[in-house]
Design a protein around this ligand. Sequence first.
Ligand SMILES: NC(=O)c1ccc[n+]([C@@H]2O[C@H](COP(=O)([O-])OP(=O)(O)OC[C@H]3O[C@@H](n4cnc5c(N)ncnc54)[C@H](OP(=O)(O)O)[C@@H]3O)[C@@H](O)[C@H]2O)c1
Length: 281
Amino acid sequence: MTKRILVTGADGQLGSFIVQAFQDYDVKASTRKRLDITNTEAIHQTIKDFSPSVVINCAAYNDVDGAENEPSIALEVNALALRNIARAVESCGATLVHYSTDFVFDGVATSAYNEHDRVSPKSTYAASKLLGEWFALDAPRAFVLRVESLFGCHDNWTGRHGTLDKIAGNLRKGHEVQVFTDRIVSPTYLVDVAAATRHLVENSVEPGLYHCVNSGYGTWYSVAEEVARVLGITPRLKSVTMDTVKTQAVRPKFCALSNQKLAKAGFSMPSWQDALGRWLS
Ligand SMILES: NC(=O)c1ccc[n+]([C@@H]2O[C@H](COP(=O)([O-])OP(=O)(O)OC[C@H]3O[C@@H](n4cnc5c(N)ncnc54)[C@H](OP(=O)(O)O)[C@@H]3O)[C@@H](O)[C@H]2O)c1
């Protein structure tokens, strides 16, 4: 039987990769214009009419600094909307897939975070995403995948799609690039997140919370060095530390996530170096 899949936030970075990864399914790709996830009635009506077997929510309020000025919007989109979606999927028995973030941690760990590690959000954005996790996991069958530092868009590294896109774009232009030497990340390739999502919904995997990042971790400086190596460029990198850059929202320093639980569920995420190689080639 063909599965019907509703994708919300379908024209975002991850949304467009998810739609592509499930193109052999009956997919309803809903952009914000067509389906605002904060509109409770519209969510319930759409889910009732389409009767999906899986709802994949890629919609989010992702302006980490902006959330400090407009916390109610961040909470509405990242948290309350998930309560509505979780209630709506309950009525049709659909599986819910939702995405969260490494920012739920305080970033003071010294080894990669696991799913059972204590959360301690330090910003409004982070708190709104954590609440969203809790609401999503209230659905009878829900997967929440924590991702971070997403990359993989293919529009010539315009710099519109996050830190790695900016780094790759500027290195290619021969510009000097400022990179943190003390912020540690597990970058996450959109193609691999989409493949992991497909694995989870297609197999009888225990629902719940999963870390879904490329394996391993590094400082932004080492990630930029690897980008330059793959591109065959001698990089002009300027080291900066987090305490020298003022941002409105606090960001965790150490954001490495362990994806062991996902591996045990049958999906091994390739290393971030492997993922960078596939993206840049
Ligand atoms: N990007 C990262 O590095 C990163 C890191 C950690 C976690 N995540 C999480 O990963 C998931 C995917 O992120 P992404 O980078 O793909 O996000 P994105 O590119 O910013 O896309 C988010 C999408 O959600 C839409 N949206 C916003 N408010 C909406 C609403 N009320 N109703 C319906 N749609 C709405 C946006 O539409 P508009 O364009 O019209 O606003 C946009 O299309 C999110 O849960 C995000 O929090 C991302």
